[in-house]
Design a protein around this ligand. Structure first.
Ligand code: PGA
Length: 261
């Protein structure tokens, strides 16, 4: 399959500017021989410019963890797509479950953000996933398919290439809990998401869109998950905070790594 795997670090609300700088300095030589894998770091706004600077001459993509879909105006505390582009970042996480659950982001807000990111030329990583209760109640697919469908009420699947959007399937019960989805469960959800993308945007669109898994990924549990046919890499929180463990994940995701790096 032609999709390039991606390994993305989601630092969440961690790292000062100095720590961001040290991290990138440590990471770069450790991943210098990882080929065929896209690497992204999603930093807090305060250290984003430092990550952009430190990765400028490298293939590492710097991204933000959130933004607001309006471009400017009376939105105290918010940051817009043009502002993210202004610092030189190229990607943004949209609809992380922590944004949805703690900060009350609705499906419609998530869809508007995804659409604005795409139109601004920022690569959105759109997060979807069910809670433990929803999984136990057998409504995983109802939840996840609904979250995916609503994105395409604002994003015109016919008007973009599959490379312009990334999804991350992150079951909420697996985030930061140490409990990972089984490779089979990850493949099941992600394969169904790809099927749905095919219904929405056509077969070739669906074949181009990358869909990551996220939720307690660490070196040691990721190989079997990303080896699955439809899983195109990972969005990593806790295990991305140390450059050494994130480097291990990046090297393991490189197609020619033959089992890690
Ligand atoms: P985790 O976080 O790897 O710490 O579970 C993943 C995420 O929330 O993106």
């Amino acid at each position: 399959m032609a999709r390039r795997p991606m390994m993305a670090a989601n630092w969440k609300m961690n790292k000062l500017i100095r720590e961001a700088e040290e991290y990138v300095k440590e990471l770069l030589p450790k991943i210098s021989s990882a080929e065929g894998v896209d690497v992204a770091i999603f930093a807090p706004f305060t250290s984003l410019l430092e990550v952009v600077r430190a990765t400028r001459e490298t293939p590492v993509l710097a991204g933000a963890q959130n933004f607001y879909y309006e471009d400017s105006g009376a939105f105290t505390g918010e940051v817009s797509a043009p502002m993210i582009e202004d610092v030189g970042a190229g990607a943004v996480i949209v609809g992380h479950s922590e944004r949805r659950e703690i900060f009350g982001e609705t499906d419609d807000v998530v869809a508007r953000k995804a659409a604005r990111a795409v139109s601004a030329g920022l690569l959105p990583i759109v997060c979807v996933g069910e809670t433990k209760e929803e999984r136990d109640a057998g409504s995983m697919w109802e939840k996840v398919s609904g979250q995916v469908r609503v994105v395409f009420e604002r994003v015109d699947a016919g008007g973009i290439r599959g490379e312009e959007i990334v999804f991350a399937y992150e079951p909420v019960w697996a985030i930061g809990t140490g409990e990972t989805a089984t490779p089979e469960d990850a493949q099941d959800a992600i394969g169904r998401i790809r099927g749905l993308l095919g219904e929405i945007g056509g077969e070739s669109f669906a074949e181009q869109v990358r869909i990551l898994y996220g939720g307690s990924i660490k070196p040691g549990n990721v190989d079997d998950i990303i080896a699955k046919e439809d899983v195109d890499g990972g969005l990593v929180g806790g295990a991305s905070l140390e450059a050494a463990s994130f480097a291990e994940l990046v090297n393991g995701a490189a197609p020619d790594s033959s089992g890690g790096g």
